[in-house]
Ligand binder design. Structure first.
Ligand code: ADP
Ligand code: MG
Length: 724
């Protein structure tokens, strides 16, 4: 443990001499990687053989675990954690807030003679009973039955979280449910969706002749975008502190138009942050891989190496949390909001997704053998069908308050779901849709249903960066996902809609006499029925909006409308059929997400009102008073005061307008607050409060350009984005 802490100390320091020490210690990465994870290596080394075997069986097949096994695992886990400095453990879970939750329990158990022993039983490992009354439940659990249960998810390894001051806690990833077994969290439905897609994918594989795969896992690699600003600016902005985004502010004279930030050289201060971040993540077994400057000034990205969806989701939570923690150690603040600054790019998450068999084969790898190609094309067809039939659900899964400011703006994929397939695959699919021999760009011929299937190209030559759902060679990239949100929801939906499509296809294949013929017929049918969802052009162009309308593809611009797809009968049927979410669980989520939307806008409105009343107006009025004095003084001195007068009247007019707009915002905010039904309330926030905030912002931003910057009460965009 000494080495880890020493190394951590070295890398979290900015001193040059220490940096040298770090680079000398080149073997350290291997030493620290996963050092805080109770991973397979540790389990294998420390657990008795029979216990290790039993645990692996539970992890791999979901076989129930006996209390005896759990007791030994718990004790071993405790000893390991204590050796590494832990004093407490926590059942770490993911409530519907979108964040994570942890309540720490120490290992201590006092003895009758006044001493203490350290204990951790199998029961404590497997199950916890946190008071759940203060987590959102959307009516699933009344406060009088406040008990919630957390249950160990042994498919995601336990790990140690170290805080900046050396406090170490054993974290046990858990699912969180109510007394009656309803899921109150984001992990449970995700695990259920993984089971659903595995089951249906296996049916298709079996029908196509694969006899070896025992399970199929959805895999995810999420690219996380974020901003960093100096903490001294952040502390002066009520809007950033309370809502995560700037509610006022004139764009800096220079934005991202020179395209000089993307992949640009990383500043020392940022680089030092990134290095500490990597180390902290590596210790927890998060395979942080790439890091770079993103398009907007002060914007960056981190991508880990993909893993199972379950672990990727847990890890993404750790990535977001660790980014925020480590930033503070560097005097920086990490902003995860989807649109912290107007006029420049916001942040998203590119959710790279695929399906892999337990024997390590990526099903979306086009492959080289004919057999693989048929399989690939059938799965591709399943996904095309799923995305078309359930586009509204995918859209809903990517909806949040922040993304409303981003989707359809210049930098993000639009609110219209479509698939980018690349020219070559599109040509192949088109030919198959016509029942013709398909030809890929080389001299390959594709002749599904007869016998020989040539290799498909792995790399799409044209990488489309504007598509919300792009095929990128051997995986799909769902590019609409909000930067601040858990990736659990989007992946739960993705897994479930694909499971439904695979189910549909498996049912046909299982009945078919000639599998190849039936596979060809399915692909043909899918292409003809669902090819409207394929779009390889520029998704940012206004022409696509028109074209999508012609194709009857929905274009849902805001969260309130998007969420409707979570509550209709189609969603009820889908999610209950695959046992991902019961009708009640689904509706609870709809209610909660609407509430979160309203609460977010309410916080923004309150912050706007406060800033204008307490910061902007007093300063502006004071300045206009000074200006009026100047005008009077100039006049009495017989000098010209025309320019000063012009500016004064411009300012006065804006003050009048701001006061009027402020009053209007206060009125509509009160009205929204007084509306009780969740949907009606969200509609008032969307249709009245959001526009009222925009009008007020316009006045204040205009005033910012008329007041000396030295007088302006908050840091400007130019300060925040460029001064480190
Ligand atoms: P780019 O920015 O070009 O899309 P990145 O390297 O930033 O590429 O991110 C690609 C992400 O996709 C990484 O997280 C990578 O691990 C992930 N990925 C690669 N293959 C798969 C796969 N089969 N399933 C899921 N994710 C994958
Ligand atoms: Mg990408």
């Amino acid at each position: 443990m000494g080495t880890i802490q020493e190394f951590a100390k070295i890398v979290s320091s900015n001193g040059d001499s220490k940096v040298k020490e770090t680079s000398k210690d080149s073997g350290s990465i291997a030493k620290i990687y996963g050092s805080n994870v109770f991973n397979d290596r540790v389990m294998n080394a420390r657990l008795p053989k029979d216990i290790y075997k039993a645990l692996r069986k539970t992890i791999e097949t979901g076989a129930p675990m006996t209390l005896e096994v759990a007791n030994v695992v718990a004790n071993t886990m405790k000893d390991w954690a204590i050796e590494k400095g832990a004093t407490h453990y926590t059942h770490w879970f993911q409530p519907l807030t979108g964040g994570t939750a942890e309540k720490h329990d120490s290992f201590i158990s006092p003895t009758s003679d006044g001493g203490v022993i350290l204990e951790f039983s199998g029961k404590q490992l497997i199950q916890g009973e946190p008071d759940a009354s203060s987590f959102p439940s959307g009516g699933l659990r009344a406060t009088f039955e406040a008990r919630g249960y957390t249950a160990w998810d042994c498919t995601s390894p336990a790990f140690l979280k170290e805080d900046g001051r050396g406090d170490v806690t054993l974290c046990i990833p858990t699912a969180f449910c109510s007394y009656t077994g309803e899921a109150l969290d984001k992990k449970t439905p995700l695990l259920r969706s993984m089971e659903a897609v595995s089951k249906q994918a296996l049916r298709v594989l079996r029908a196509l002749g694969n006899t070896t795969a025992k399970s199929v896992t959805s895999t995810v690699g999420p690219e996380q975008e974020y901003f960093l600003i100096d903490k001294k600016w952040y502390d002066k902005r009520i809007d950033l502190i309370s809502s995560g985004r700037t509610l006022f502010g004139v764009p800096a004279p220079k934005g991202q138009e020179l395209e000089d930030q993307y992949f640009g050289a990383i500043k020392d201060r940022i680089s030092s942050f990134m290095r500490d971040l990597d180390v902290e993540l590596w210790k927890m077994g998060v395979a942080a891989k790439t890091k770079h400057n993103e398009v907007a000034p002060a914007q960056y990205e981190l991508a880990p190496i993909f893993t199972t969806t379950n672990i990727a989701t847990d890890h993404n939570q750790l990535v977001m949390e660790t980014m925020q923690k480590v930033a503070l150690r560097h005097g920086l603040v990490c902003l995860l909001h989807e649109k912290p600054f107007a006029g420049i790019n916001g942040s998203g998450k590119h959710n790279n997704w695929s399906l892999a068999t337990d024997d390590g084969h990526n099903i979306l790898e086009p492959g080289k053998t004919p057999h693989d190609n048929e399989q690939f094309l059938v799965f591709l067809a399943a996904i095309i069908r799923a995305v078309d039939v359930h586009a509204d659900k995918l859209r809903a899964a990517a909806a949040n308050t922040g993304n409303d400011l981003r989707l359809g703006a210049n930098e993000a994929p639009p609110a219209i779901i479509s698939i980018f397939m690349g020219e070559e695959l599109t040509d192949i699919l088109e030919a198959l849709g016509k029942g013709k021999k398909a030809q890929s760009k080389g001299q390959h011929y594709l002749n599904i249903g007869v016998d020989t299937l040539p290799s498909l190209p792995k790399d799409n030559t044209d990488r489309n960066r504007t598509s919300p759902f792009a095929f990128t060679g051997n995986k799909f990239e769902f590019r609409m996902v909000p930067s601040s949100a858990s990736i659990s929801g989007p992946n739960t939906v993705l897994n479930t809609v694909v499971a439904e499509s695979l189910d549909h296809i498996a049912t046909r294949l299982e009945k078919a006499k000639d599998i190849n013929k039936e596979a060809a017929a399915i692909i043909k049918e899918v292409v003809n029925k669902h090819d409207r969802i394929i779009f390889n052009g520029n998704n940012y162009s206004p022409d696509w909006v028109k074209e999508a309308k012609k194709r009857s593809i929905p274009n849902i611009s805001n969260t309130v409308d998007a969420l409707a797809a979570m509550a209709n009968t189609s969603a009820e049927k889908l999610f209950s059929k695959y046992r991902v979410l019961s009708k009640e669980e689904l509706h609870s989520r709809y209610e909660i997400y609407l509430e979160i939307y309203s609460k977010n806008i309410n916080i923004e409105a309150q912050s706007s009102i406060r800033m204008v009343r307490q910061q902007y107006l007093p300063v502006v009025m004071n300045y206009s008073g000074q200006l009026a004095n100047t005008v009077t003084a100039l006049k009495s001195a017989g000098a010209s005061s025309a320019t000063q007068k012009d500016i004064l009247s411009e300012i006065s007019a804006l003050i009048a307008s701001a006061s009027k707009n402020l009053a209007a915002l206060e009125v509509v905010t009160k009205k929204a607050q007084a509306t009780s039904e969740a949907h009606a309330k969200a509609v008032v926030y969307r249709d009245k409060v959001v526009p009222a905030m925009s009008s007020l912002r316009a006045d204040i931003d205009a005033l910012e350009m008329l007041i000396p910057s030295s007088e302006w009460p908050v840091p400007s965009y130019a300060d925040m984005l460029f001064k480190f």
